[in-house]
Design a protein. Structure first.
Lengths: 90, 443, 434
């Protein structure tokens, strides 16, 4: 685990790290990933790949329904004329 | 030249894909939202069964193989219109894999079809920040991915038009502006390909691709190299531009979506009766009606409703008559004709009269054209005999004219008399219009 | 009538709540608390995170809703490690809960506030959440009973996600009977959470536990002595105890940390200074920069660590080695458990390898060292298996806990076992004087 990888991964996760943080996480991740190597020899199977118990065929019927009024939902949201205000996209 | 498309179609469900918010209604921003489609902490998605069913119908239509089990994945990318900063989509187990779509004689291979949620919509403001409307967030989408089997921008447009017609037929999709089609277009003139993202509408797809053909060809002729990149289509300037190199690498880091579980879709698909696909219909037409493959596809690709009408006409008359009429006068007037049950029945009864020897083939063709086009000149010629009968009835009941001026229902007396006299030779619509026209002339 | 007048003073001393009710008394049948990652109308839900400051949910979590309609009064939201990321409840933006047996020691985590409330307040039921041991660990450190049911038994509607394939809502209480009293209340299918649907219901009549497989592990001498004594006590209750070994257990901890951080990092993606919680950044910034600045400013150290780790383990090029592999390893571990359950009703281990550490010891631990503290509590959590931690002795005046793990859906056996154990074991409550 090198500095550049830590910076790259953090960047993709939208985190900006200080120099101290980069070093801290680099060291920690190196230690943790080293420990994860025990998985290389672990047995494995493809029985359940989503949940540890079977969760199957749970479907909702196509009935429109609104439990909470949209206005209630927007009460604490930073809005302008009902639009949610967001950062620059250009 | 190789072109492959990723076609996004909004599925016509009443509620959203992972929550019960309505898909249609109030156009005001952020009126059809809930904690799920706003990504509020604590909310959980639950899958709309209808969205899955529609996806499976399309997978079957595209002759895809359907895996036993499917599940969803999280595709992680950060954008203000994406409420959770991940999109619930299908990565490993799409609802359909490895299908084919026949564009006339030409097979276009379908890589996959998968389901995913639509993000919200963003408006840019003058001060640089953005305004987000999450009404669209969570609308179900089917994404159909083709192999690079399309060989020109025009063919891409033709493919899309044909594919959309079949999709509409299969899942009863209403053609309207809100549920427009969006495409990502992959195109390579030489070895390297470019992707033009998020192009809306058929015309723009053709324009964007044509622009790329010219651009890439120029570069190659000048001895340059095409750079593999993502491009945007500028609808106003009708050009594609390079999307600025991403500061943030596009590594979606897919994981399986544990909030929904898995679905046994092969079993579900086996219980879905799809309408006959256009391709299946063409084969049946060849077998049942002795048509050439070309003729069958010609009729079906014009409009699936035309094909349906052909079958009705063949049943009401006979195969040869139906083939002759449909490939002739009906096909040539189909464009611009809005078929209704009434107008189609009128055509059938007209052809019956021809079969019974009551009218000549020339007259039959003319009357059919009249029904389909409503063209006044044609109708007038057609109506000459009828006009004489109606005129006679009016001569016998002159009071009708004055009564009609007071109440239009007075015309019913004449209509009834003419119907009785002609005994089904003319359609009721024809008689009604002739009677009204002649009364008005005499007013 | 529930007297709530002492609540502010209690919280002042132990800091188990991140928010308490403003009422002085309540006319209700019983008092309960909810971990701060469960939504409750009338309370903020910040899950220990500064980025969620200001989030006031407009809906009750299913478990809160059910407790309220059963006559419960919600007294407050309990403090926790940010988003559940931690084993000592030291990773909260809203204070650190103090162990009622020794204020210099941790309550455990991440449901540390819940365990503390259960230990200190008479007749209190605490709703907790466990992903990798977040109920068992604090229950053990605070000397209370803590039950994490089978994955999917209790609806997660209203639970702020950590690792969705492992998150479970459970109960902590000083009284084992509360587990059996309230687990049936909060259990059951909820269409708002698909993972809670199409499962066998909780048995109405709790079956007796007849046999346990004891898995020996490396622990401190004090913990070891307490477990050996408990072993004998269980035998005297005519439970068959037999030592077994489980080879795959050593893979559970790494598999868990891969899956939990992979899933966790996707859940944390949504916190970006938009829509809820902190929304006070400079919107004229480019969205990537805006998100980055808000996240860097308001997410805590451990959250960042797990987000970086989780993002790495699912990146292309590493996904198969870590994320996909861990999914497969989980299956192998579940299979080994299932083999054991053919012969035994439950697996017995200590809950934690040591008694609650002092805060100065915790601050000296590396990240990996603190992860390793979960070595015993992680396997059932990774596997979605129901487990209960019960006080079974004391070492240096601090409680020691033992953990029983049963097969999927056999939660009822653990509930009866906890009640039977309580009849035999005399707990020493912490000294609480106000």
């Amino acid at each position: 685990m090198d500095r550049e990888t830590v910076i790259r991964v953090a960047r993709s996760a939208h985190l900006e790290l200080t120099e101290e943080e980069i070093e801290l996480y680099r060291r920690d991740l190196e230690e943790i990933l080293d420990y994860f190597r025990v998985l290389d020899d672990a047995p494995s199977s493809d029985d359940l790949l989503v949940n540890p118990v079977e969760v199957t065929d749970v479907l909702r019927s196509d009935e429109p329904h609104m439990e909470i009024p949209a206005d209630t939902l927007l009460e604490d949201v930073n809005t302008y004329e009902r639009y949610v205000r967001g950062p620059r996209v250009q | 030249m190789k072109i492959g498309l990723e076609v996004h179609v909004q599925l016509p469900t009443r509620s959203k894909m992972f929550c019960s918010c309505p898909t249609e209604g109030d156009a005001e921003p952020n009126t059809r939202i809930c904690p799920v489609c706003m990504g509020f902490p604590g909310s959980k998605p639950s899958l709309n069964g209808e969205a899955l069913k529609l996806g499976l119908k399309l997978a079957k239509m595209l002759e895809c193989s359907i895996p036993d089990t499917t599940w969803f994945s999280r595709k992680i990318y950060f954008y203000p219109d994406l409420a959770k900063n991940f999109q619930i989509t299908q990565q490993e187990t799409p609802v359909g894999l490895g299908g084919v779509y026949m564009l006339g004689d030409k097979p276009i291979r379908i890589t996959r079809i998968h389901l995913e949620e639509d993000p919200g919509k963003i408006k840019r403001t003058s001060d640089g920040s953005s305004l987000i409307d999450y009404n669209r967030s969570g609308i179900p989408l089917a994404e159909i991915v083709t192999e690079p089997d399309i060989s020109s921008p025009a063919e891409a447009r033709k493919f899309l038009a044909s594919l959309l017609a079949d999709i509409r037929h299969t899942i009863d999709l209403e053609p309207d502006s809100e549920r427009s089609v969006r495409c990502d277009c992959n195109i390579s003139v030489g070895k390297e390909r470019c992707e033009v993202k998020n192009v809306t509408g058929l015309k723009n797809v053709e324009r964007a691709l044509t622009f790329e053909v010219v651009r890439q060809t120029k570069i190659l002729r000048a001895g340059g190299k095409i750079e593999r990149e993502t491009r945007h289509f500028d609808e106003e300037r009708k050009v594609t531009t390079s999307a600025r190199k991403k500061e943030f690498e596009a590594d979606y880091g897919y994981i399986n979506e544990p909030d929904l579980g898995t679905y046994h879709i092969a079993r579900m698909a086996s219980e879905i009766e799809n309408k006959e696909t256009p391709m299946e219909m063409a084969v049946r037409f060849e077998n049942d009606y002795g048509m050439t493959a070309k003729a069958a596809r010609q009729i079906i690709s014009t409009d699936i409703r035309l094909a349906g009408f052909f079958e009705d006409l063949a049943a009401a008359t006979d195969t040869e008559t139906a083939k002759c009429l449909v490939s002739g006068v009906v096909s040539s007037n189909w464009k611009g004709f809005e078929p209704t049950k009434g107008s189609l029945d009128d055509i059938i009864s007209m052809v019956r009269r021809f079969k019974e020897g009551k009218i000549t083939d020339v007259e039959c063709n003319m009357r059919v054209r009249c029904i389909m086009t409503g063209d006044e000149d044609t109708c007038r010629i057609c109506s000459e005999d009828l006009d004489k009968i109606v005129g006679r009835a009016l001569d016998e009941n002159p009071s009708v004219i004055a009564d009609y001026a007071a109440n239009e229902k007075a015309a019913n007396r004449i209509i009834g008399a003419v119907m009785k006299e002609t005994g089904g030779t003319y359609s009721s619509a024809e008689i009604v219009s002739a009677v009204r026209r002649l009364i008005t002339e005499r007013l | 009538m529930i007297d709530l007048s002492k609540l502010p003073a209690i919280n002042e001393r132990y800091r188990m709540f991140s928010e308490i009710t403003s009422e002085a008394s309540a006319d209700a049948e019983f008092a309960f608390s909810a971990k701060d990652n469960l939504t409750a109308v009338g309370f903020r839900a910040r899950a220990g995170s500064a980025i969620l400051e200001g989030y006031e949910p407009v809906f009750d979590a299913a478990c809160v809703e059910k407790m309220r309609s059963a006559g419960g009064f919600l007294v407050g939201k309990t403090n926790m490690d940010e988003f559940g990321f931690g084993s000592f409840s030291v990773n909260s933006a809203y204070g650190v809960p103090r162990n009622p047996y020794d204020a210099e020691r941790s309550c455990g985590g991440s449901s540390g506030g819940a365990a503390c409330a259960a230990a200190v307040m008479d007749g209190h039921v605490a709703l907790g959440v466990s992903t990798g041991g977040s109920i068992a660990c604090p229950a053990s450190f605070c000397g209370v009973y803590g039950m994490a049911p089978t994955y999917g038994r209790v609806s997660k509607h209203g639970l702020i996600d950590y690792g969705n394939s492992m998150d479970k809502v459970g109960i902590l209480s000083g009284d084992a009977k509360d587990l059996g009293r309230y687990l049936p209340v909060i259990s059951g299918e909820d269409r708002r959470d698909p993972t809670s649907c199409n499962h066998p219901p909780l048995a109405k009549k709790f079956r007796k536990l007849k046999s346990v497989a004891l898995v020996r592990s490396e622990t401190s001498a004090g913990v070891d002595a307490a477990i050996r004594a408990a072993e004998e006590e269980l035998r005297s209750m005519s439970v068959d105890v037999e030592a077994v070994s489980m080879d795959t257990l050593r893979y559970a901890l790494p598999a868990y940390y891969v899956l939990a951080s992979a899933e966790g990092s996707t859940n944390i993606a949504r916190y970006c200074g938009l829509r809820y919680g902190r929304q006070d950044g400079d919107l004229s910034m480019k969205f990537d920069d805006y998100f980055t600045s808000m996240r860097s400013q308001y997410l805590g150290e451990e959250t960042k660590r797990r987000v970086i780790l989780g993002t790495f383990t699912r990146m292309s090029g590493f996904r198969d080695k870590y994320y996909a592999k861990a999914l497969g390893v989980r299956n192998a571990i579940i299979s080994e458990y299932k083999k054991i359950f053919e012969r035994f009703d439950a697996v017995l281990t200590p809950t934690m390898p040591f008694i609650s550490p002092r805060f100065d010891e915790i601050s000296g631990m590396s990240a990996l060292e603190s992860y390793r503290a979960d070595v015993l509590s992680v396997p059932p959590n990774l596997s979605g298996l129901p487990h209960v931690s019960m006080p079974c002795g004391y070492s240096e005046g601090m409680p020691v806990g033992m953990m029983l793990t049963a097969d999927h859906w056999n939660d009822d056996m653990l509930l009866s076992a906890a009640e039977d154990w309580q009849d035999r074991f005399t707990a020493i409550p912490p000294e609480v004087s106000l």
